[in-house]
Design a protein around this ligand. Structure first.
Ligand code: SAM
Length: 198
């Protein structure tokens, strides 16, 4: 199934979970996630970090981190700092447990917070696997990234910005083609109302 359909379905599922789970569920998130969980396969995670040219000196953040695979993998492979923002308490717990299992708790910080509150001023690599409209809503925060910072989006672009490049990668794990969009700071604005050219 196409990722867009899966993620769009996740929005509906998340809303439904919130309605049924709201009654007395002690772990119900303060704010419901804007989209549900769907994982990036591990080989795509590693390819994204490689193509983003992550080094030990980077701070890698995943906005909507799920089980924390982006910051945890970055810390394990490159020894850099990693941050994950996640609103779903179940995934926050899983990400924290995974960071412990992988012995990277000194490098990785999993925050049970809304992505739209994230301060990106000291972040150098941003990973996103969100729907396009959410990516666009993040632009005001992305504009505060330091010069030279990189942004990589999985499957969906950032309407309103022009990517430096777009690549395709076939995952060995799900045998599907994945679209990867690369941006860098200073960001390149697309003409208002127009999508970046393919
Ligand atoms: C499609 S999943 C991607 C998970 C992970 N980044 C990956 O690529 O494997 C999106 C994640 O974002 C989280 N999320 C959605 N809206 C959020 C928000 N406003 N603040 C924090 N997390 C959010 C969801 O709970 C979900 O785990």
């Amino acid at each position: 199934m196409k990722a867009f359909a899966v993620l769009a379905g996740c929005v509906v599922m998340t809303a439904a979970t919130m309605v049924t789970g709201a009654d007395n569920a002690p772990t119900a998130p303060k704010k419901k996630p804007d989209v549900g969980y769907y994982a990036t396969t591990q080989d795509v995670v590693e390819e994204i970090l490689k193509q983003a040219k992550v080094t030990k000196n980077d701070t890698v953040i995943d906005l909507g981190c799920g089980d924390g695979r982006f910051p945890i993998t970055a810390a394990k492979i490159y020894g850099c700092k990693g941050i994950g923002y996640e609103l779903d308490p179940e995934w926050v717990a899983k990400a924290k447990a995974r960071a412990q299992t992988e012995k990277v708790t000194d490098l990785v910080d999993i925050r049970a917070e809304d992505i739209f509150t994230a301060d990106l001023r000291k972040v150098t690599v941003v990973c996103l696997f969100l729907l396009p409209e959410l990516n666009t809503r993040l632009i005001p925060q992305l504009e505060k990234l330091p010069e030279g910072a990189r942004i990589v989006t999985h499957e969906f672009d950032i309407p309103g910005l022009i990517p430096d490049r777009k690549t395709e990668y076939i995952s060995r794990q799900d045998e599907s083609e994945h679209l990867l969009y690369f941006y860098s700071v200073p960001l390149k604005r697309a003409p208002v109302g127009k999508r970046a050219p393919e």
